[in-house]
Design a protein around this ligand. Structure first.
Ligand code: BGC
Length: 350
């Protein structure tokens, strides 16, 4: 099904267009969708999960691990959105002229349509953070070319589709350089999508401590600010080879007062920044690698999600499949302790 057709099916009713998502129905004239502000959008994002960043489906849909029915499962489990991690520099997504291939856009349209049809909001997250961190200057034209095309392709998508300019800027892409790059990228997006909600995070891997250095255009109020949280890193990344911790396992998180206080101190720092700058906050990634003991994982995940929610933040768990998993694809079942820590059954919203 084409995107316009999917949106039309979702949004039609007699003379007025009815825009229906996340179980809500908002009346709007057909010509002018009433663009929600960033705080409303953040409330609607609510609880989410990162999906398909490392799924072979981008190269070959016949090899997909993620199946159509998972969108429905995700919604039924109580999530309100998905954050789709995009790697257009690999996955044979761009040709020599930096043009996105038809195949790539077709796959992406499939994911966006399926999410929307299942009343999930969608964050389109440009996840080429490693390439951008290594060579921010030489890769900039590709990043801008990507956003130019994505902004054009989704210019008629409903407000339930959000753009995230770049996951975790770091290393050579310093907070200062990132401030310049984010302005240029945002300008490209804003030419075509003046009011779409855009997600932007601070430098050094979307670190709370770098919020002070983040410079956003004051007059653009359609921005949600994202932070990522994996502290204490020795605990959340124990056993993770890519983080130099392959053999460093057996670290518990007991939930002592001082362990909790360390998290609260970080969160309150972020919240103070958000209030001062009048920006909504999105905890776009957090999680504990599968090698940690399950009881500790559950304690940490419950604490982080509940505290984020108390502060009015939206969040997206890292991640559905691959590692840190909340869904066990080979056995076709949720990892129940992780899911329940994220979404306690009693707190599920219809
Ligand atoms: C990266 C993953 C990594 C995760 C946790 C994500 O942003 O894309 O490769 O596993 O962070 O470290």
């Amino acid at each position: 099904m084409s995107l316009p057709r999917a949106f039309a099916l979702l949004c039609c009713a007699a003379a007025l267009a009815v825009v229906c998502f996340a179980g809500q129905a908002t009346m709007a004239t057909a010509a002018s969708v009433d663009w929600p502000d960033a705080f409303q959008q953040n409330n609607r994002l609510g609880r989410g999960v990162n999906i398909i960043g490392y799924d072979p489906l981008w190269r070959d849909p016949s090899k997909a691990r993620f199946k159509d029915e998972y969108f429905k499962l995700i919604r039924e489990a109580g999530f309100n959105h998905v954050r789709i991690n995009l790697h257009p520099f690999r996955d044979r997504a761009m040709d020599q002229q930096d043009k996105l291939t038809e195949q790539y856009l077709k796959t992406l349209d499939w994911a966006v349509e399926q999410a929307l049809a299942n009343k999930l909001l969608v964050v389109l997250d440009f996840h080429e953070f490693q390439e951008m961190a290594r060579q921010p200057k030489s890769k900039k034209p590709r990043m801008l070319a990507f956003w130019q095309q994505l902004a054009e392709h989704y210019k008629n998508a409903p407000p339930e589709v959000l753009f995230e300019l770049l996951n975790e800027p770091n290393s050579e892409l310093t907070p200062e350089l990132w401030n310049e790059l984010l302005r240029e990228t945002l300008a490209v997006v804003r030419q075509i999508n003046p009011k779409r909600t855009v997600v932007i995070g601070p430098g050094q891997w979307n670190n709370i401590n770098m919020l002070e250095k983040l410079k956003l255009p004051d007059d653009d109020r359609h921005i949600i600010v994202t932070i990522h949280y994996y502290s204490p890193f020795d605990f959340t990344h124990q056993g993770a080879a890519w983080a130099g911790r392959k053999d460093k396992v057996g670290i518990a998180w007991k939930g002592t007062d001082s362990e909790k206080q360390a998290i609260l101190t970080d969160f309150h720092k972020a919240q103070a920044w958000a209030e001062k700058h009048r920006r909504p906050l999105y905890l776009g990634e957090f999680g504990v690698y599968d090698r940690a003991d399950m009881d500790s994982r559950v304690r940490w995940l419950s604490f982080v999600t509940r505290e984020a929610e108390k502060l009015g933040w939206s969040w997206a768990y890292w991640q559905f499949d691959g590692d840190f998993i909340v869904y066990d694809i080979p056995n076709n079942r949720w990892v129940e302790p992780v899911l329940k820590a994220l979404i306690p059954p009693k707190s599920k919203q219809p």
